[in-house]
Design a protein around this ligand. Structure first.
Ligand SMILES: [Zn+2]
Ligand SMILES: [Zn+2]
Length: 356
């Protein structure tokens, strides 16, 4: 039996710093696969995972420990790398393949998991980078070969970020109904994920995209990625101005902010039978007149990452369509604590991708 030595950056108490540790990794059994990590994106959620929970508003904090995440934790859920070992039953991959890893694993056996929506499993979560050791390591054990997506000639650093940031944008826009050429779809919040949604919508939908962001540079960039119109949500009477410019025909709004004001704007903007998809986790409460739901036949949907099939579709799409080249900053994984600190302080532009 050939054991490998895996080096991981883990924390052993909630809120604590990450330390380099090592352990022996047994050869993969069944359909398991070992991936040598070459890139691992650092996500804003990592700050919440490290802290042990999410702020749910009103002073309430969710607890990852109560939800089944046990210490020590090796974070990192945007994993890209190379297959180095395959279990005897692993199919469709071979040693040397360049892949990204789908990290949002459920029980793997329930009907939800079997249709590919493991991220919505109600039985058990086994996310890589939370319940299972993630990509802040040089080696990752993936429980089944089916979670690997080959990336072909895509830039591995950028492709790694598809596993969370990318499919969050993709999963949100796939919730929208088909639209016609005179329909409009609003994208509220044009940071990295929102901008990806602007590009994906412009490339794949007939409807015209209206980008909404307070930052003029982001509005400018959204127009370059295919948005037909762009507006500042802080301008006086913004909702009315935007509605008029879109001939009162906004069929859907995707809210990548998820704040009280952004969700209210989305609900106000959409026409009758419109859809509002809330993605952002800024927080707060939705307050709106309830009669709007029946009177507008309004649909309000949440969207959280996406399934394995969506990740495969996104990789295929990225090979055909120019997606936003949001800045990527490569950093050594040994500097992970510094990088997390910079992320927490807002000193990171674009995305940090760590390399072991
Ligand atoms: Zn993430
Ligand atoms: Zn399941």
């Amino acid at each position: 039996m050939n054991y490998r030595c895996a080096h991981r950056w883990t924390f052993t108490k909630w809120g604590g710093a990450l330390n380099e540790t090592s352990d022996e990794l047994a050869p993969p059994a069944g359909a398991e696969v070992t991936v040598r990590v070459t890139h691992c994106g650092m996500c804003h959620s990592d700050l919440h995972i490290q802290a042990g929970g999410f702020d749910m508003g009103g002073g309430k904090l969710s607890s990852l420990e109560r939800a089944g995440t046990a210490l020590p934790v090796t974070m990192g859920h945007e994993i890209g790398g190379e297959v180095v070992e395959v279990g005897p039953e692993a199919q469709g991959v071979k040693v040397g393949d360049r892949v990204i890893v789908y990290p949002w694993l459920g029980c793997g056996r329930c009907p939800t998991c079997e249709r590919g929506d493991e991220h919505l499993c109600v039985r058990a979560m086994r996310n890589l980078g939370m319940q299972l050791p993630g990509g802040y390591a040089d080696l990752v054990r993936v429980p089944h070969a089916k979670y690997l997506v080959p990336i072909g000639t895509l830039d591995p650093a950028r492709a790694a970020t598809f596993a969370c940031a990318g499919i969050t944008a993709y999963g949100a826009i796939t919730k929208l109904d088909p639209m016609e050429a005179d329909d409009f779809v609003a994208v509220i919040g044009c940071g990295g994920v929102g901008m990806t949604a602007v590009a994906l919508l412009s490339a794949t939908r007939k409807a015209k995209v209206v980008a909404i962001d307070p930052d003029p540079a982001k509005r400018e960039a959204a127009l370059a990625y295919g948005a037909a119109l762009a507006f500042d949500p802080g301008a006086p009477d913004a909702a009315r101005t935007i509605g008029k410019a879109c001939a009162m025909n906004i069929a859907g709004a995707v809210d990548f902010v998820g704040s009280e004001s952004s969700s209210a704007l989305g609900v106000n903007l959409v026409r009758r039978t419109g859809q509002v998809v809330i993605v952002g986790l800024f927080g707060g409460e939705l307050r709106m007149p309830l009669p709007l739901f029946p009177l507008k036949s309004l649909r309000l949907t949440g969207s959280y990452v996406a399934g394995l099939n969506e990740l495969r579709e996104l990789v295929a799409l990225a090979q055909r369509v120019a997606l936003p080249q949001t800045p990527i900053e490569l950093r050594p994984m040994a500097g992970v604590n510094q990088a997390l600190g910079d992320l927490a302080q807002g000193r990171v532009v674009g995305r940090v991708v760590l390399q072991p």
